[in-house]
Design a protein around this ligand. Sequence first.
Ligand SMILES: C[S@@+](CC[C@H](N)C(=O)[O-])C[C@H]1O[C@@H](n2cnc3c(N)ncnc32)[C@H](O)[C@@H]1O
Length: 232
Amino acid sequence: MNQQTLSMRLERVAAHVPLGARLADIGSDHAYLPVALMRRGLITAAVAGEVARTPFHAAQRTVNDNDLHGQISVRLADGLAAIKPDDAISAITLCGMGGETIRDIFDSGKAHLSGHERLILQPNGGEQALRQWLMDNGYRIVCEEVLHENRFDYEIIVAERGSDPVTYDARELFFGPLHLQARCPAFLHKWQRRLSQRQKTLGQFTRAQQALPEDKILALKQEMQWISELLG
Ligand SMILES: C[S@@+](CC[C@H](N)C(=O)[O-])C[C@H]1O[C@@H](n2cnc3c(N)ncnc32)[C@H](O)[C@@H]1O
């Protein structure tokens, strides 16, 4: 992967960035995503935010090597603190981190949001917690995708702040409200794989006669029941 050839995962994230957006890519690592979008002429300005020095320097290198320092600001900052009011950011990408981490970054950085940004999120697990935060903070999920790459199932959640509050029930928060309606093959395959993993985990604990905390067993069984119902 580089600034020209993105992974399929980042290509799908890129597809949800509106044309002409002013993008903040938080946790940008090498800044491949904003640089690729800028090189393709799809965005007008970008901020690449990084909390760690090594990826921050890598992002600076990619931006400089592509002569894009006029259009992409690389900033060493924790989460949304990379965004300044003058940036007039219209889209935020936050990809390749746990859903709980993404949630915490938004929660502690709320002051940096105008509420007009489209959020394009690619959590590695923890989707339920992230959807819960989006719902609690007035966001509507406008698009959801699942894709399978390098043996992993990746989710992409796109959300926008609406005027009317939305309420998602427990299953919608768990599986994704739009996934439940669309039931696309990639989504069903993800949950087929998840169900066999969970069955294996439960079997291993039972065979080893190892005590799992009661609440863990209940949560596992609840999850397996929901998945079985989903798959019919
Ligand atoms: C696994 S990489 C993902 C890179 C890229 N977004 C992608 O999806 O390919 C996660 C990056 O997020 C950065 N990161 C983690 N927590 C962060 C925070 N609070 N603020 C900014 N960057 C953060 C890490 O330093 C790391 O470079």
